[in-house]
Write a protein that binds this ligand. Structure first.
Ligand code: RB5
Length: 146
């Protein structure tokens, strides 16, 4: 598996932790930064990650900022992106099973009820169920540009 990951200054440590976790799982992680605490703009990092993902060969993307909110909203403005911002491992599993999320976002300044690596694992280990959910995804994507 291969994942792209990008973050702003609000989630440098979190992104490093997630990259290490991916590597221990044998998942190739392409980290686009930032690796510094110097202030950057999260839409720039959402864009970098989505453009890299679109090159192909990626199974999913991870985006992190202070809350996960700004960077997920930014990514969701780009065509074809379904970036989920799960509250816990259950939501992380379901965003793949029902919403076919191709990106997942986390907040470096958020206290999660479970280790973030467990939340990420719940996402990675899940798969899209298709069926009735496929029609809903089609309707969701048809909203793009409206
Ligand atoms: C940066 O200070 C912060 O606004 C950003 O990381 C994120 O939380 C925005 O949604």
């Amino acid at each position: 598996m291969k994942a792209v990951i990008a973050n702003d200054h609000g989630a440098v440590e979190l992104a490093e932790k997630l990259v290490k976790h991916l590597e221990t799982r044998g998942i190739e992680a392409v980290h686009l930064g930032t690796c510094s605490s110097e202030s950057v703009d999260y839409p720039d990092y959402a864009e970098k990650a989505v453009l890299e993902y679109r090159k192909g060969g990626y199974d999913f993307g991870i985006l992190c900022c202070g809350t996960g909110i700004g960077i997920s909203i930014s990514a969701n403005k780009m065509k074809g992106i379904r970036c989920a911002l799960p509250q816990n491992a259950y939501a992380a599993k379901m965003c793949r099973c029902h919403n076919d999320a191709n990106f997942i976002a986390f907040g470096g300044r958020i206290e999660y009820p479970e280790p973030v690596t467990d939340i990420l694992d719940a996402y990675i280990n899940a798969s899209f169920e298709g069926g009735r959910h496929a029609g809903r995804i089609s309707k969701m994507m048809a909203l793009e540009g409206r």
